[in-house]
Design a protein around this ligand. Structure first.
Ligand SMILES: C[S@@+](CC[C@H](N)C(=O)[O-])C[C@H]1O[C@@H](n2cnc3c(N)ncnc32)[C@H](O)[C@@H]1O
Length: 251
């Protein structure tokens, strides 16, 4: 296994810094995304929907608020804590489960729809990343739909913040440096004290898959790719955009 693929994500998403450093889209963008999710997936009230790697339930909660049936899963206790707090504030009851995406704690064929959104695939080594997709396929009904919102490898390599000052949750500055490891196709990031590079706050390492590689993973997991988008409004992916969003069905 590539040494960078160790479980950095388990620490990273337990830190309040995960909020500013993940650059979650603004609320108005999430509203627009939720509208797109409903349309792209053709969501029906009777669908049982799994949001795998739901984070603080940015999409899960507004969909549940509209009456859809959602289950959110994430490994981060901190993210789930925020999600539960928001659910209480919204007087919503929905299942938020702590678990691993590569070992889903759900029975075979229970969900009509699954989502894996905002670049949540690729944190682990190839075997575990692939296991996430095959686990999602296992838990979907036959012809179940998957919306996978992932990174466009080319865009990431060109436009990654190779050196940028950012702000941590406590308001302190940090220096973000990214480095693309071509041999392992991983984008490695380190956040340090700008005055002392040995003072490391966080690290991250993400396997960047080309469209052909992702489609290979999806096929092996048992999915048929129906459409490729660059935006939640259904704009077709051309090859150069930031996001690559797949609509798939279980074969
Ligand atoms: C970038 S956030 C995206 C969250 C959410 N989908 C959104 O759009 O806001 C990635 C999330 O995936 C979770 N995650 C990453 N790897 C995971 C794994 N193997 N199993 C479960 N959760 C995981 C993290 O804890 C984090 O909350």
């Amino acid at each position: 296994m590539c040494s960078e693929a160790k479980s950095w994500w388990r620490e990273f998403f337990e830190s309040p810094d995960a909020f500013p450093l993940s650059c979650f889209p603004e609320p108005d963008v999430t509203v627009h995304q939720v509208r797109g999710i409903k349309q792209l997936l053709g969501l029906r009230p009777e669908d049982l929907v799994a949001d795998i790697c739901c984070g603080h339930a940015r999409h899960t909660l507004p969909l549940a608020a509209e009456g859809y049936q959602l289950v959110g899963l994430d490994i981060s206790e901190m993210m789930l804590h925020v999600a539960r707090h928001l659910a209480t504030e919204m007087s919503l009851r929905l299942r938020l489960v702590r678990g691993l995406a590569q070992q889903l704690p759900f029975a075979d064929g229970v969900f009509d729809v699954a989502m894996n959104l905002f670049n949540s695939l690729g944190y682990m080594d190839d075997d575990d990343n692939e296991a996430v997709l095959s686990e999602i396929a296992r838990c979907l009904k036959p012809r179940g739909r998957l919306l996978l919102d992932t990174r466009n490898k080319k865009f990431q390599i060109l436009y990654a913040p190779y050196r940028q000052m950012v702000t941590l949750a406590n308001g302190k500055p940090a220096l973000l440096q990214c480095n693309y490891d071509r041999e392992n196709s991983r984008l490695n990031s380190v956040w340090t004290n700008g005055d002392d590079p040995a003072d490391v706050y966080h690290t991250a390492s993400i396997r960047l898959y080309s469209p052909a590689e992702i489609e290979d993973l999806l096929t092996r997991a048992g999915f048929a790719v129906k459409s490729r988008y660059s935006e939640y409004d259904g704009t077709t992916f051309q090859g150069f955009e930031r996001q690559l969003i797949y609509l798939c069905t279980k074969r």
